[in-house]
Design a protein around this ligand. Structure first.
Ligand code: IFM
Length: 463
């Protein structure tokens, strides 16, 4: 056994999102989002579950923040529901929505928990979807105005604003794979959405900096998967490169290099020619804080059967899987060292646009990592989730290794604080450090929650 200790000031936190925890889907003037619509459509969610009431954080935010404080949490990432603040996506502000986030922020600050606010975690206002949603460029401008409103009301109590959580998922899982809202199967729409979401990041960054009365760091959190070829064949290596381009580089290149890989694909170019307008890439390339959400890797092989991309995912046998993905801790180290090598170390190809603090490379944090486990209460009322503790040890150790190898990782946020609504999979996948009885809403800290509290206290753990 050896003790590993993280650098002084390392940021330990947990993450959540509005639709997954708030409930109160139609209370106090909140507008309808695409996730309300999607979840209300029969057949879209396992057991037709919805986030309508979810875990009722809207009414219990004070108790939930107190529980975070009890565990010694000092940082909390959450998202605001666009439709609580601007029910129609644009236009009149909803005072009760503002009051809710005032309440949440003030309570967090009272407990000395630093809020990391994220503007968008997939719950686009239905009113904007009705006008075309993310595939339409106008939505990016509406988002910038929403960012301005949030900064105006809450900027005084924030040091960081994340614009988006996992733009790739919103674009591709929502518009191409049809597994998330709005549920379309249209590659062109997905590519347009992907570009406009990134454009909205740049526009929002401008709006936030113009509105803020003090310097705020602008962040974005990306779901990134290291991609491995299934075999050593040249074809599989090329297949892995294609997937890396369309899953990882499509987000990282515009944000960190001011380029985009979509021009590399003839088919994509034909589908969305003219999408990236002059000046867009300069606008997008502005970032103070890069958040990495890591859950698994992708193993890919060449496949002529699959149109357009000619790739197929392989699930290696004999490895450990959760209810959702292969468990592959080493991938986190590979991902972090790759970001450092490909994006942070090379000298920038073009003059750097201004970031909030004029840095060359943004700060880097893990903004999500966690495992769904079918937890339950034992007879004595305890939740013994040893599997999650093992998962966390193995993954956080890879963050430690990356730091030892020179990658300046500044923080780690666990997904999630409490069990919650896991999108199309409903309530069956529990990711929390805190167990939630979905009938009574009773919260019980799991063994992993106590373990994580101790990690925060000691700024490390025994491995
Ligand atoms: O629950 C999600 C979260 O909303 C975004 N990142 C992945 C998590 C687990 O699937």
């Amino acid at each position: 056994m050896a003790q590993i200790t993280f650098p002084k000031g390392f940021v330990w936190g947990t993450a959540s999102s509005a639709y997954q925890i708030e409930g109160a889907w139609n209370e106090d003037g909140k507008g309808v989002s695409i996730w309300d619509t999607f979840a209300h459509t029969p057949g879209k969610i396992v057991n037709d579950e919805t986030g309508d009431g979810s875990i009722d954080h809207y009414h219990r935010c004070k108790e939930d923040a107190a529980l975070m404080a009890e565990l010694g949490l000092k940082h909390y990432r959450f998202s605001t529901a666009w439709t609580r603040i601007l029910p129609a996506g644009a236009g009149p502000v909803n005072p009760k929505g503002i009051a809710f986030y005032d309440r949440l922020l003030d309570t967090l600050l009272k407990h000395k928990i630093e809020p990391y606010l994220c503007l968008f975690h997939w719950d686009l206002p239905q009113a904007l979807q009705d006008k075309g949603g993310w595939p339409k460029r106008e939505t990016a401008y509406a988002f910038a105005d929403y960012a301005r409103v949030v900064t105006k009301h809450f900027g005084d109590r924030l040091n960081v604003i994340f614009t988006h959580n996992e733009p790739w998922v919103a674009a591709f899982v929502g518009h191409f794979l049809a597994m998330h809202a709005p549920g379309t199967r249209d590659l062109g729409a997905a590519l347009r959405a992907a570009h406009h979401i990134l454009l909205s990041h740049g526009l929002a960054a401008e709006a936030i900096r113009a509105e803020a009365k003090k310097p705020l760091k602008i962040g974005i959190t990306l779901n990134l998967n290291p991609v491995y070829p299934a075999t050593e064949s040249k074809k599989d290596a090329e297949a892995a490169d294609r997937v890396d381009a369309i899953m990882n580089r499509i987000q990282l290149d515009p944000l960190l290099k001011g380029t985009t890989p979509i021009e590399e694909f003839k088919i994509i170019k034909a589908l969305v020619g003219g999408l990236v307008q002059p000046g867009d890439l300069e606008k997008i390339r502005t970032l103070d804080l890069l958040g990495v959400n890591y859950y698994s890797r992708a193993v890919m092989k060449h496949s002529a059967k699959v149109p357009v991309v000619n790739v197929e995912q392989v699930h290696p046998e004999g490895n450990e899987y959760s209810g959702m993905w292969e468990i592959f801790p080493e991938g986190l180290h590979a991902l972090l060292t790759r970001i450092q090598k490909d994006y942070f170390l090379p000298s920038p190809p073009a003059p750097l646009p201004k970031t909030g603090e004029g840095r060359q490379a943004p700060e880097l944090m893990i903004t999500e990592n966690g495992i769904p486990v079918p937890d339950g209460l034992d007879a004595d009322g305890r939740v013994r989730d040893e599997r999650r503790i093992r998962y966390l040890k193995n993954h956080i150790y890879q963050v430690y290794r990356a730091i030892q190898d020179g990658v300046p990782v500044k923080g780690y946020f666990h997904w999630s604080f409490m069990d919650n609504f896991e999108w199309a999979l409903g309530y069956g996948q529990r990711f929390g450090l805190v167990y939630v009885d979905f009938q009574t809403q009773k919260r019980t800290v799991k063994d992993s929650g106590r373990w994580f509290a101790e990690v925060i206290r000691a700024n490390g753990f025994e491995i």
